[in-house]
Ligand binder design. Structure first.
Ligand SMILES: [Zn+2]
Length: 407
């Protein structure tokens, strides 16, 4: 069912187009005004009054002459259809326009761009890609916008090399050069595309190629935490642990909100560099970081490492308790409470321990329900970190949910 506002909007759009089209026709050739124009128009009006808006739109489109004055009306109608989810109808409107021989080349490009967007909305990405490439090659006026849409397609299709090519062309375009924010967001995107390629190479065990991609990722965005994380893991894998410590601690300092993502590799690197002193170093590094940027996930990682060490060094057990209580005193959290209970259970008498275990299962059920990451751009929440938000498709917008850290 199409709502009243929509019908009103279509009517206004058609009426304006009708008046403009009629005026221009009159100007051009008053004697040759086609009778069928009026007939189809009123047929459309009839459909609209009989609450058959779909048929009405078709009749209106057919009744409108295509010229410079009415083209905007056709395009507005096409956009409206696409927004309403009526992609088939939007495609028909735009194809109908292209069939008109009087359409000049600049307007043809405009219609191609709209048709490409229809195809994108319909999931016909190959056809959209073809049209956009045509617009990019032929229209300097619409090149930038067509490149943006093409970039969206390549990202959705995970064609990262193609995406890099288009994004780099955009970065060097005149339009982007004068907009530093847009330029920055594009170079960050390019860095992610290289990271994607690096991950693909790593999965194929081609670490040399992965490194090449990561170098380019860093050139594009030297503050990229994702590139730093991947480089750190590769350095560890190749036994270059000092390098791993360097790149990962710098990444944590630049992006403290994602410290817990870097910590496992950073820990591995510290211990490999110095098996005795490395542990205390990483411990004090994490403690000083969480004091400024609270992260219960990072803190619990270190508590777990202390508990593992406690098997060979019993004093570490008390150190784990102390670290946790110091942190929770100022920043109580559900995940912290869960760990406190786990640590206390072995110290309790068996009957009390049973009661505490059932209490803990309630806490754990609450923890299972929580979503750890949230997109700062659209609010999407999820259990795992996505570098590109699955909902709004923006890069680098997922963060730890502040409420999870605090609750
Ligand atoms: Zn989002």
């Amino acid at each position: 069912m199409v709502d009243v506002a929509f019908i009103a909007l279509v009517t206004v759009a058609i009426a304006i187009g009708y008046v403009l089209g009629r005026r221009s026709l009159k100007k051009r050739d008053a004697d040759s005004f086609p009778l069928s124009f009026d007939k189809t128009y009123f047929q459309g009006l009839n459909f609209l009054l009989n609450e058959q808006p779909d048929k009405a739109v078709d009749a209106f489109v057919e009744s409108l002459d295509v010229n410079t004055n009415t083209l905007e009306t056709h395009l507005a109608l096409g956009k409206l259809m696409r927004k309403q989810g009526q992609v088939d109808r939007a495609i028909r409107i735009h194809q109908n326009l292209l069939a008109r021989p009087q359409l000049d080349i600049a307007h043809q490009h405009q219609v191609h761009l709209e048709l490409a967007r229809d195809f994108m909305a319909a999931g016909l990405l190959d056809r959209a890609e073809m049209l956009l490439k045509e617009v990019i090659a032929e229209s300097s006026a619409l090149r930038g916008i067509a490149q943006r849409y093409l970039l969206d397609i390549f990202q959705d299709e995970r064609e990262w090399s193609d995406a890099i090519q288009v994004a780099e062309a955009l970065v060097s375009s005149r339009y982007i050069k004068s907009a530093p924010d847009k330029r920055r967001s594009l170079t960050q995107m390019i860095s992610h595309f290289y990271c994607e390629l690096a991950e693909e190479s790593s999965h194929k065990n081609d670490t040399a190629m992965a490194r090449k991609h990561l170098d380019k990722a860093m050139i594009s965005d030297k503050t990229s935490i994702r590139a730093a994380l991947l480089i750190g893991a590769l350095e560890n894998q190749d036994g270059r642990h000092k390098q791993a410590v360097k790149v990962l601690s710098r990444a944590v300092a630049q992006n403290p909100s994602l410290m817990s993502e870097c910590l496992p590799e950073l820990y591995k690197a510290y211990i490999a560099v110095d098996p005795v002193g490395g542990f205390n170093q990483v411990l004090s590094f994490v403690e000083s970081q969480v004091a400024q940027h609270p992260s219960i996930t990072a803190l619990l990682f270190m508590v777990d490492q202390l508990l593992i060490r406690a098997e060979s060094e019993p004093s570490r057990q008390q150190q784990a308790h102390d670290l946790l209580s110091r942190y929770l005193r100022d920043r109580p959290s559900l995940a912290g409470l869960n760990k406190v209970i786990t640590l206390q259970i072995p110290r309790l008498s068996p009957d009390i321990a049973n009661d505490v275990i059932s209490l803990q299962s309630l806490v754990q059920r609450l923890l299972e329900k929580r979503l750890n990451y949230q997109c700062t751009s659209c609010g999407f929440t999820g259990r795992q970190l996505h570098w590109r938000c699955p909902s709004c498709k923006s890069w680098d917008q997922m963060e730890h949910v502040k409420a999870v850290e605090a609750n």
